[in-house]
Design a protein around this ligand. Structure first.
Ligand SMILES: Nc1nc2c(ncn2[C@@H]2O[C@H](COP(=O)(O)OP(=O)(O)OP(=O)(O)O)[C@@H](O)[C@H]2O)c(=O)[nH]1
Ligand SMILES: [Mg+2]
Length: 325
């Protein structure tokens, strides 16, 4: 049996060479919060940043997966390699067992230029978003040209992984009134591209007017959010959607906002991970450290207020960082 270090290096090498099984294995490692997974991301990180990352969000059942399937075909016809990460915090299913049905992408499972994965479980460090971001980085490192992220969202983004997309596509269908309200109320951020799918529905043009109405309240400078009518089940509007996504990508690259966006998103990621680690350490101290227990006793006895106790806890963190951490 090879030494563990050797295996990790092998895995990284195979991953970078585009080996699908290595990619699948690597994602399982980050999903399970295995230290080897983090080590792997550390190793391949310099080779990321090349893929074009597109996030698809929208209410349940609007046709996000069907659209992604169509865009996949479009990309494959242009010899682009694609990875899809479907993130579903509400689903207990993982590892794509049920994905074949849910995502309707079974045709693509045998295509070596396509990698499809779903993720629902929450890795302990930082949670699902963090695990999903690591998975997306691994997909990027494995040489995929496009990485599509799918998340369900109506109001507040439950999974802020979508922030890591270069382009965010909001998918709606006629009757998605909740989303219109969420956009209007500013609960949902204005996306880069809006799709009104299921345009075979008679209320499509009403929906179109409502969406236009909401956008007219937003900023009128810079990128004008295009609205694309589509019928994913029949492949209508896919060409146009692909064009709009590409135009957005070029727009942000030319304006320099792509780098800005990535910088902001990565900063948020660093903060999220640091916060998760700090919280974990503090929680451990509360349980294991007698002096922290004494500090809490003081608070309970009303001799020390909670804010002062918190300040003391943090001071200790800064003064005596734990070994190796
Ligand atoms: N009539 C009509 N049905 C469509 C269209 N696109 C997708 N559907 C159907 O809508 C249903 C949901 O499609 P999905 O692609 O699974 O939708 P989704 O947004 O990925 O759903 P979740 O991932 O469960 O949130 C399926 O039965 C599709 O066949 C369309 O353009 N018109
Ligand atoms: Mg779906």
């Amino acid at each position: 049996m090879p030494a563990p270090g050797r295996t990790a290096a092998d895995l990284a090498e195979r991953l970078l060479a585009g080996d699908r099984r290595a990619l699948a294995r690597a994602i399982s490692l980050v999903e399970n919060d295995d230290p080897e997974g983090w080590a792997l991301v550390r190793e391949v990180y310099p080779r990321t940043g090349r893929a074009q990352v597109v996030g698809f969000t929208g209410p349940p059942g609007v046709g996000k997966s069907t659209l992604i399937g169509r865009l996949l075909e479009h990309a494959r016809a242009r010899e682009r390699e694609v990875a899809v990460l479907s993130i579903d915090p509400s689903s207990p299913f993982t590892h794509g067992a049920l994905l074949g049905d849910r995502i309707r992408l079974t045709d693509h499972f045998l295509d070596p230029g396509v990698f499809i994965r779903s993720m629902a479980s929450r890795g302990s460090l930082g949670g699902l978003s963090e695990a999903a971001l690591q998975a997306a980085l691994l997909m990027d490192a494995s040489g995929k040209d496009d990485v599509y992220l799918e998340t369900v969202g109506v109001g507040q983004a439950e999974v802020d992984i979508i922030d890591h997309a270069d382009t965010v596509v909001l998918v709606l269908m006629p009757g998605s009134g909740d989303s219109i309200q969420a956009l209007k109320a500013g609960v949902m951020e204005i996306p880069d591209v809006i799709v009104i799918n299921k345009s075979d529905h008679p209320l499509t043009d009403t929906m179109l007017r409502e969406v236009r109405g909401v956008l007219s309240l937003g900023p009128q400078e810079g990128w004008r959010v295009p609205i694309v009518k589509a019928e994913a089940s029949r492949g209508e509007g896919i060409e146009e959607l692909a064009e709009r996504i590409q135009e957005h990508h070029e727009h942000i690259r030319e304006q320099g906002t792509l780098d800005e966006r990535r910088r902001r998103n990565l900063m948020n990621e660093v903060l999220a991970l640091a916060t998760a680690r700090l919280r974990r350490r503090l929680e451990a101290q509360v349980h294991d450290d007698a002096s922290v227990q004494e500090l809490l006793d003081e608070v309970v006895a009303r001799r020390l207020d909670p804010a002062s106790a918190a300040a003391r806890l943090l001071e200790r963190e800064v003064q005596e960082p734990p070994p190796g951490g």
